[in-house]
Design a protein. Structure first.
Length: 272
């Protein structure tokens, strides 16, 4: 599966009916906004009439936006770390907010079909910042899909929490619910492949949308894990796709052959 992953600029090219993929990825340098990755992918989806249709995806990940240091001291480190950023092309000093707004506007200028938000869009859970992100997407007038990163739902310093990801489900189900509800994965024909699916994670822990014939699926592995429900969801989606192109969106790159990232940056590494 083609994977939209962070820390990279990817060019995704799918050819239908050929089941081949050209995937170019290079690691970014480490500017102030070190993990912002942008991909403009072009896929070919098959129309009913048989003619290929271009599907243009704009991938934005790890923007690390926080409008204010609203929960000090627990929010202080992340807010300070990403208070400033640098435009990758011009080298001008900017802010994560400015860079995000600039990237989203690309969707208007380049006829983007879907903005793909790959996680860590914010520095920590914040209703104020999520509202701001949604307003930028609304102003751009673009469809989008979102999957969470670990920083989205993590407010550092939870010393009494039973586990690292204790706040994950509750934050995604509340603070981030507007993002999920306004994304293209809220409802849609692709869920028909699930039949009488009654498990609670649909739309938040995993979701799907069909964009001009291209099936786009997200699986939230922001805690470096993939659970049984997510696996079954993915199996059903692939079975229902019938060989059509599929894009899988994850925040943490899967440990695949040739992967050179360290254990702390991959999902499925036995040393994690």
């Amino acid at each position: 599966l083609p994977i939209l992953w962070n820390l990279c600029i990817e060019l995704l090219v799918f050819s239908v009916p050929l089941r081949t993929m050209n995937f170019a990825c290079r690691r970014l340098g480490m500017p102030a906004m070190w993990a912002l990755a942008l991909a403009v992918g072009q896929a070919w989806a098959q129309q009913e009439a048989g003619a290929p249709t271009a599907v243009r995806l704009l991938h934005i990940t790890d923007s690390h936006i926080s409008l204010t240091n609203e929960a000090p001291p627990r929010s202080s480190r992340m807010h300070s770390a990403f208070a400033r950023s640098q435009n990758r092309d011009t080298k001008a000093q900017t802010t994560p907010q400015q860079e995000f707004a600039r990237l989203v506007q690309i969707a208007q200028h380049r006829s983007i079909d879907l903005v793909v938000l790959g996680g860590d869009i914010v520095n920590f859970p914040s209703n104020q910042t999520i509202s701001w992100v949604l307003e930028q997407l609304r102003l751009a007038g673009t469809d989008f899909i979102f999957t969470a990163g670990n920083h989205d739902w993590l407010l550092e310093g939870q010393r009494t929490a039973p586990s690292y990801d204790a706040a994950r489900v509750s934050e995604l189900s509340s603070t981030f619910r507007p993002l999920y509800e306004q994304s293209v994965t809220s409802g849609g024909s692709c869920y028909g492949a699930l039949g009488h699916w009654t498990r609670p994670g649909a739309g938040i822990m995993y979701g799907c949308a069909v964009v001009k014939g291209l099936l786009v699926v997200f699986v939230d592995n922001s805690n470096f894990q993939v659970d049984e429900d997510q696996l079954e969801f993915m199996r059903l989606q692939l079975a229902g796709a019938g060989g059509a192109p599929v894009v899988l969106l994850l925040h943490i790159p899967l440990l695949l052959p040739g992967m050179s990232l360290p254990p702390k940056e991959t999902c499925g590494h036995h040393q994690w």
